[in-house]
Design a protein. Structure first.
Length: 415
C-alpha cells in the first residue's frame, strides 16, 4: 500500500444523481481498457537476478512522450464522440493502474496478467467542468451535452475547505473532491501496533494509548455465523443468495461505520500528530491453521490505515520483529502471552513493547537502555498482566494521573 507524502490532503463527498449515464460510462471503460492494452503491448521485460540468485522478469513501462501524447492519444481519439479531454484522463488513469500493478507484481502479489477494468466510472478533470453559484456543470459532448449538479444546499459545503479538484462519476453518485494544504505544525509522533482486537499506540508526550477493536471483530464474527447457516442451503435454494449478499453488504457498512468513528476520534484527539502504522500483509501471515486464517481475514488493518491516512499524516512502518525485539536492549525474544520478558530485566506488555519499537523506528533510533529510560521519564502507565508491579523489574509503575489504555473501550457502540 502506498501512502502519499504530498503537502496536500484530499477530502471526498458524494452526491446522488438521477442521470442515465450508462452508455457514457461503458464507452469510457472500453477506452480505458484499450489504453491499458496498448501500453501493455509496449512493456519491455528485462531478466534480472535477485539476492538469492533467482532469475526474474522485471516489467519496464514505456514513458516516452512520443508514445503517450502522440501515438496513443491519436489512436484513442479515433471514433471517440465525447469530449477530447476524457482521452487524456484515460491515458493518465491507465498509467496509474499499470504502475499499481507493477508494484504489486514486484512484491509477488500479482501475476504476469494484464489488468482488466470492470468497474464503470469516469475521472473528470478540472478542464471538463465549471462551478458557479453552487452548480457544477460537467461537459460530456463538446457544445452538445452536459450534466448539471446543484450542490448549493449540500451538507458538506460548510465543512469543505480548499480548492475543488477532480470529480468522479458513476451510475449513482458524483464524488466531489476538495484539496487543501496539509502543512501544519507537528506536535509529535504516535506509533501504532496493529493487533487482532486492539490498536496500541505509544508517544513520549501522550504515553500508552489503546483503541479497542473487539466490537469490530464481533461484527465480522456475527455475520460469519449468519452466512455459515445459509451457505449450505443457498446451493440448493437460489433465493437465499440475495440474503447472503444483503448480510455481506450490511457487514461492510457496519464495519466501515465503526472504523470511521474510531479513526475520526483518534485524529481529532491527537490533532497535528504524525501517525505511524504497520505495513501489514495478510497473505504473509497465513498458515495451516483454519481458525488462525479466518481470524486474520476478519481484521481490517488496511481499511484503518486508509481512513487515517486521509484524516491525518501517516507513515508506514516495517513490522518485522516489532513484537520480538526488546525495546530496551534490542535483543530478540519470543514473547509468552500478554507479557514480554527480556534477559536485561525488562518486563512489559507485549503490545506496548511493539509500539515503543515502532516509535523508535519512526525516529530512526535503535533500542538502548539509556534511550528507554529517557522515554519513560515523562509518563507512567500500567500493564495488563493482572499482577502487581514488581519494583525489582522495569515494569511501568501504576499511576492515577495518567491515561488508562482502556479509555476508548466504551466510546464506540455498534449494534
Amino acid at each position: 500500500m502506498k501512502i502519499s507524502k504530498s503537502l496536500y490532503q484530499v477530502r471526498a463527498y458524494n452526491i446522488k444523481h438521477s442521470y442515465n449515464v450508462n452508455d457514457f460510462l461503458e464507452a469510457y471503460r472500453q477506452l480505458l481498457q484499450r489504453a491499458i492494452e496498448e501500453i501493455w503491448t509496449r512493456i519491455k521485460w528485462i531478466e534480472k537476478h535477485n539476492c538469492k540468485g533467482r532469475r526474474r522478469s522485471i516489467p519496464i513501462i514505456p514513458k516516452e512522450n512520443s508514445f503517450k501524447y502522440h501515438y496513443l492519444r491519436s489512436l484513442l481519439m479515433k471514433d471517440w464522440e465525447y469530449s477530447k479531454h476524457y482521452v487524456d484522463s484515460a491515458i493518465k488513469q491507465a498509467y496509474s493502474i499499470l504502475k499499481s500493478w507493477r508494484r504489486s507484481y514486484l512484491k509477488g502479489e500479482r501475476k504476469r496478467e494484464k489488468p482488466i477494468v470492470k468497474k464503470r466510472f469516469v475521472r473528470i478533470k478540472e478542464t471538463l467542468y465549471s462551478f458557479k453559484d453552487g452548480r457544477i456543470k460537467v461537459s460530456i459532448k463538446p457544445y452538445k451535452g452536459y450534466l448539471e449538479f446543484d450542490i448549493s444546499k449540500a451538507w458538506f459545503l460548510n465543512r469543505a475547505k480548499g480548492e475543488m479538484g477532480e470529480l468522479i462519476l458513476n451510475e449513482k453518485y458524483l464524488t466531489v473532491t476538495y484539496r487543501f494544504n496539509r502543512n501544519e505544525e507537528v506536535k509529535g509522533k504516535i506509533a501504532w501496533d496493529c493487533n487482532e482486537k486492539s490498536l496500541d499506540g505509544f508517544s513520549p508526550e501522550v504515553g500508552w494509548i489503546r483503541a479497542d477493536l473487539t466490537k469490530l471483530f464481533h461484527i465480522h464474527r456475527v455475520y460469519e455465523i449468519k452466512r455459515k447457516r445459509l451457505q449450505q442451503k443457498a446451493s440448493k435454494k437460489s433465493s437465499l443468495r440475495k440474503i447472503l449478499a444483503k448480510y455481506s453488504k450490511r457487514e461492510r457498512n457496519r464495519s466501515k461505520d465503526f472504523i470511521h468513528k474510531m479513526t475520526t476520534f483518534i485524529t481529532r484527539k491527537f490533532k497535528s500528530y504524525v501517525h505511524g502504522l504497520e505495513d501489514l500483509r495478510k497473505n504473509k501471515m497465513l498458515n495451516n491453521s483454519k481458525k488462525h486464517n479466518r481470524n486474520i481475514s476478519k481484521i481490517d488493518w488496511k481499511t484503518i490505515v486508509t481512513f487515517i491516512s486521509y484524516k491525518s499524516n501517516v507513515t508506514l512502518l516495517n513490522p518485522k520483529n516489532s513484537t520480538k525485539r526488546c525495546s530496551k536492549c534490542g535483543m530478540i525474544n519470543a514473547p509468552k502471552g500478554a507479557l514480554y520478558i527480556c534477559k536485561c530485566g525488562l518486563r512489559i506488555n507485549r503490545q506496548l513493547n511493539a509500539a515503543i519499537n515502532l516509535y523508535l523506528q519512526m525516529e530512526g533510533l535503535s533500542p538502548s537502555p539509556k534511550l528507554f529510560n529517557k522515554l519513560m521519564k515523562r509518563w507512567s502507565g500500567f500493564t495488563l498482566t493482572g499482577e502487581e508491579a514488581d519494583e525489582g523489574f522495569d515494569e511501568l509503575e501504576r499511576s492515577l494521573r495518567l491515561m488508562n489504555p482502556k479509555s476508548y473501550v466504551s466510546l464506540f457502540k455498534t449494534t
